[in-house]
Ligand binder design. Structure first.
Ligand code: SAM
Length: 212
């Protein structure tokens, strides 16, 4: 099983020996990779949609250590699973925070999250529910930029800027993401100048110069 650069970055954040749930697993590529590469010997692949669930079931039928379960979010987990690590990747940030809100989160030590958008809302939810950043990464895969966030239990207060831009993200891909953000704001402003957007632009410029 060869993973995309994005999913490989997610897989690399799973600690050796972790008991994992991959929520919204789609075709269960990540669980298959984790078990085949002996990173984990127990992975729950959770899927809410019947089509992907059936494809995942078929793909995993000969692989021991993967349980494919149909259901919403973390409701597919049972206490006896002893899952300590949850992966939720490839969904919007608000949808991820809604899945976490519904829980249950008992016994979880590590969350590996890759939101396709609305990362700030997700960081805010995590901060308000006593999760702190363990690791952050930004990467480009097939022309798209992705942020990867790894959280562990703990209290941490992030500033407004850190909620938007991440705590420690920097580097060429970070620069590219936010330069694009600036271009988008300028495009909107060329049609209709808006003071709030000017403040947003200033914030991006400040963070870019702080993190160079
Ligand atoms: N995680 C994979 C990845 O990163 O490549 C697949 C991402 S795919 C775009 C999102 C998947 O999440 C879909 O298969 C969808 O059915 C599933 N999904 C959406 N909401 C869900 C929920 N509440 N519980 C479980 N799965 C969900």
């Amino acid at each position: 099983m060869k993973l995309s650069k994005r999913l490989q970055a997610v897989a690399n954040q799973v600690l050796q020996g972790a008991r994992v749930a991959d929520i919204g697993s789609d075709h269960a590529k990540l669980p298959i990779w984790l078990v085949e590469n002996a990173v984990s010997d127990f992975v729950v692949a959770g899927e809410v949609a019947k089509g992907p669930f059936e494809i995942a079931q078929e793909a995993c039928q000969e692989i021991s250590g993967i349980e494919v379960r149909l259901g919403d979010g973390l409701s597919v987990l049972q206490a006896e699973d002893g899952v300590d690590t949850v992966v939720i990747a490839g969904m919007g940030g608000v949808l991820i925070s809604e899945i976490l809100e519904r829980g249950p989160l008992d016994g979880l030590k590590r969350l590996i999250l890759q939101a396709n958008n609305e990362e700030a809302e997700l960081r805010k939810w995590l901060m308000e529910h006593d999760w702190m950043i363990a690791q952050e990464e930004i990467l480009e895969d097939k022309g798209k930029i992705y942020e990867l966030m790894v959280y562990q239990r703990g209290e941490e207060v992030l500033s407004d800027k850190e909620l938007t831009f991440g705590k420690n993200l920097a580097g060429p891909v970070f620069e590219k993401k936010w330069q694009k953000g600036l271009v988008e704001i300028e495009k909107i402003q060329s049609l209709h100048f808006q003071t709030e957007l000017e403040a947003e632009k200033k914030k991006i410029e400040e963070v870019l110069s702080e993190r160079r």
